[in-house]
Each structure stands twice: as C-alpha cells, then as structure tokens.
Design a protein around this ligand. Structure first.
Ligand code: URA
Length: 491
C-alpha cells in the first residue's frame, strides 16, 4: 500500500501531483491510500513517495475542474474516488459523460454539495466592523459544511479588495490585508465580534417589521438553513419571533376585527407605510428606527453589505452622497453600469438628464443628498455588456434598511422618489407614478415625500416632442418640490 499525505484537507495541488505520478506508473487505486497531514493514523503505513512517471498522462480539463471542487468535500474518500476516476479516464475518455455510472454519479453529488456550500458562504457571511489602531477590520463568523474556505477566499478578496477582513471558521480562518490573503488555524464563535450598535438597530427594525402572517418557515429553511440564522443580524431573532408568531397572529387577528370606527374608515392598505398626507403609521412605525451614527459610519458598514445576493456580481456598494444637512433627498432605483464602476450615484446617462432637470428647476445638486433604493447594480451579463435588470421586491426590501438609516441621520424635509422602485422602497407598496406624482405624501416618520418619474424614463422616449414634453413635466415636478422645501424650511 502506498500512502500519500496531503498538506491540508483541500490540497488539490498535492493530490494532483501525486495522482498524476501514480496513474502514469499504473498503480491501481486499491494500492493507494490518501491521508491529510495531522489526521493520519499512527499505525498506518509510512509515506511512500509517488513513483517517477513512466508515461505521459492526459486528463480532460473538465475532470481537473471537478477535482478542484471535490477536494473541498468533507467525505474522507474524496481523494481516493478522484484517483479511481483518473485511472479509469485513461481508457474511458468520455467517462464523465456517463452520468449513470456510479462513480461519476457520486463525484457529481459531491461537487454539487461543495458548490452549494460555496454559494451559502457568499450569501450568508455577515461582516462586523472591528475598530483597530490603524483603521477598521471587518470580521465574520461562518460555519461551512465543507473545506471551502481556501476556495472561496479569492472571491471575497476580489469583492472586498479595499478592506481588511477576516472570515473566522472552526477549521480555518482567512484574512485579507488589502493586498495578500493569509490563513490561520480555526477559531471559535466567541473570537468574532458580536453586532455593533448599528446592528442592534437592525435587530429592532427587523423585529418590528416581522410579519407573522407571512411566515413560511419551510421556504425560509430551504433557502437559508437554520444553522446560519444565529450569525446574521436579520435572522438571529427569527427563532424567538417564530416562537412568538402564533401569539402575534392571534393578536393581529383580534386587532383587525372590525370596530365601528374602522367600518367608516377607508379600506386598509395592506402593507402601506404611508398615505397621502395621512400620517403614515406602517409596520415599522411603532418599532421605530433608533437614531444611528453618522453617514460616514453607514457608508463604511454598507461597503461590506451581503444582505442580498446582488453584492456578489456588483463591483461595489454605491452609497448615497451629499451633505449631512441636506434638506432634500432624492432616491433613485439602483446604480447603473457607470455608477457601479465609479462608486457614485447618478453619474451615467440618467444622471446627466437628472443634472439638466435639476439645473432648470433651480436646484443645486450639491446641496441635496442623492441615493438609491437598492445600493448594488443588478444586471444580466450579455456578452461583454451588463444589461440593467429591475430589482425584485426582496432586494428592495433588504436594502430599504440602508435608506431608512440614511434618512434617519439626514432628517430631510422632503424625500423624493424617482420612479416606482424608489416609491415602493419609501412607501412599502406598489405605486402608479402617473396617479401619485405632483403631491406630497406623509411617510411613517412624519416627514414628507414626493413621487415623480425616473430620469431614465425620459431617456427611453423615442419621439422627440413627447420626450421634450415629459422632460418639462419632470422639471415642473422638481420646481414644485423646490418651492415646497422653501415653504417647509420657513415654518
Ligand atoms: N439610475 C438610478 O436609479 N440610480 C443611479 O444612481 C443611476 C441610474
């Protein structure tokens, strides 16, 4: 028996070098045992160097890709299975095409589990800011099912290049200092920081917006297994909330029993968080959002936001910009291609139309705060191009928290929704712009909101006369908003 000891549990290079030499020397799989350094049985055979290759070996690239994934699996047989497949590939080139072959089926199952774990890590890692003497480090705790930390590190290094971060796991910790990745032995949960004050605010917010009537535990568990819940600010509270859901449901039903005054009132608006000049009072109205820190702190925190999957392909978080004393806040939909690359809102074609309209309405952009309902660019790749894709309600809802935090710091006199996505984010409901533009709304916090079209709508109008007419209407909306800010400021 030949024993091959690999340097670490996902040592693809070590396995590849040894397996190539063994297969080239036609050593049968039954005569090879793979172990990982530090886990070898003390009574097992001594390490045997792989023999010198006796012939050239060719291996399909698809197999090497598969092997690179499978070495990350926790299955102790993974290296042996891969070696068995490698030897069979020498006489059956199309082996991997035979999905019904028991070995191929097993390899595919292992690879699928690893890919899923890699995906889960990208989706469920939550960074917490840890102040250090020379700046901040962002630290996350994660418990993967497989040995995926090394394989996933390049992704996080690419995605959060400009920050210093650590991902702690029980088996291995990955660190990024802005230039290089390094690894240290595993850690325990207590080594990772707990939530900061901002996160406590998130917990309050989440608890107050949690709707027991919409609770679908099975669907939630399928998407986000329970083991991840405790590490994420948005789900750490879920077990307790589920436990209390039945009681809250009963209370909600009791509270919604028609009362004499309710029978005279307009029909309920479902999830509405606002009503035309009506005083708001939506789902989060009671819970309230505790005053957070500063815009700079929010911006830093948002840079590592992983609360929805849009952060994965996007270049960076595009946070709002403008002075902290801005009285007027504009909310767009989401950054576009150019904003995603530049890291600033409304700098692309829609931004240019917006700038022109602001100037014509007599609004100084530099005195306003400009942000988006969704802070990451959502797109579909088409060749080399990235085509804008509309954010879904789950993405809008996940990102709404940042917008609420920005507004809680700014306390603007007026918030303007540019288009339907921003209107949904601000009001919590689907809005028909043509019906609701040009008049104020009261938001849940008592401040005033206006709704108008999105500048990109103007870019899509092909007929020149119609485009000019719509542009003039947009400018008129902005001018009315400018006047109203003046009125409110004078009160
Ligand atoms: N469209 C938006 O909604 N926001 C931007 O920042 C750019 C284009």
């Amino acid at each position: 028996m030949r024993q091959i000891t690999l340097a670490h549990p996902a040592d693809y290079e070590g396995w590849r070098t040894a397996a190539r030499a063994l297969a080239a020397a036609q050593i049968p799989p039954a005569e090879v045992a793979f172990t990982v350094a530090g886990t070898a049985d003390l009574f097992a055979a001594r390490d045997t160097p792989a023999p010198a290759p006796t012939r050239a070996l060719t291996v399909p690239k698809a197999f090497l890709d598969l092997a690179q994934t499978i070495v990350c699996h926790r299955d102790p047989e993974r290296f042996a299975l891969l070696y068995a497949a490698l030897t069979r590939l020498q006489h059956t080139r199309a082996l991997l095409d035979d999905a019904a072959d028991p070995l191929v089926h097993r390899l595919n199952t292992l690879a699928k589990a690893v890919r899923r774990d890699i995906h889960k890590m990208r989706a469920f890692v939550r960074f917490r800011e840890l102040p250090e003497a020379d700046g901040s480090r962002f630290v996350a705790w994660f418990e993967p099912d497989h040995h995926i930390v090394r394989a996933n590190t390049p992704f996080f290094a690419r995605r959060f290049t400009a920050m210093r971060w650590s991902i702690l796991t029980p088996e291995l910790c990955a660190h990024w200092d802005g230039e290089n990745a390094s690894f240290t032995p595993g850690a325990v949960r207590a080594d990772a920081p707990d939530g900061d004050p901002l996160e406590a605010t998130w917990a309050t917010y989440y608890a107050s917006t949690f709707n027991p009537a919409r609770l679908k535990v099975n669907a939630m568990t399928k998407e986000m297994p329970r083991k991840y819940w405790k590490n994420m600010p948005e789900t750490a509270l879920v077990p307790a909330l589920i436990a209390g859901a039945q009681a809250r449901m009963t209370a909600m039903i009791d509270a919604s029993a028609p009362s004499p005054s309710a029978l005279r009132a307009p029909p309920p608006r479902g999830e509405d968080r606002s009503s035309p000049l009506g005083g708001g009072g939506g789902e989060d109205g009671g819970g309230g959002v505790a005053a957070p820190t500063t815009l700079a702190h929010l911006r830093t925190q948002a840079a590592t936001c992983t609360r929805c999957p849009l952060y994965v392909p996007a270049t960076q978080t595009v946070f709002g910009e403008g002075p902290a004393d801005a009285r007027l806040v504009f909310v767009g939909e989401q950054p576009g291609d150019q904003e995603d690359l530049a890291g600033h809102p409304f700098v692309g074609p829609a931004g240019q139309v917006f700038d022109r309209a602001l100037a014509q309405a007599g609004i100084d952009r530099s005195r306003t705060y400009i942000t988006n309902a969704v802070k990451h660019f959502k797109f579909e790749p088409r060749g080399k191009r990235r085509i804008h894709a509309k954010p879904g309600t789950s993405e809008i809802d996940a990102c709404r928290w940042w917008l609420d935090q920005e507004r809680a710091v700014l306390k603007p006199l007026i918030t303007v929704a540019l288009g339907a996505t921003a209107a949904r984010s601000l009001t919590g409901r689907t809005v028909t712009i043509s019906r609701e533009r040009g008049r104020p709304f009261a938001l849940a916090d008592g401040s005033e909101a206006w709704i108008t079209v999105h500048p990109s709508f103007l870019l899509r109008i092909e007929d020149k006369a119609a485009a000019d007419e719509e542009f003039a209407r947009f400018v008129a909306d902005l001018a009315a908003i400018r006047d109203r800010v003046g009125e409110l400021a004078a009160q």
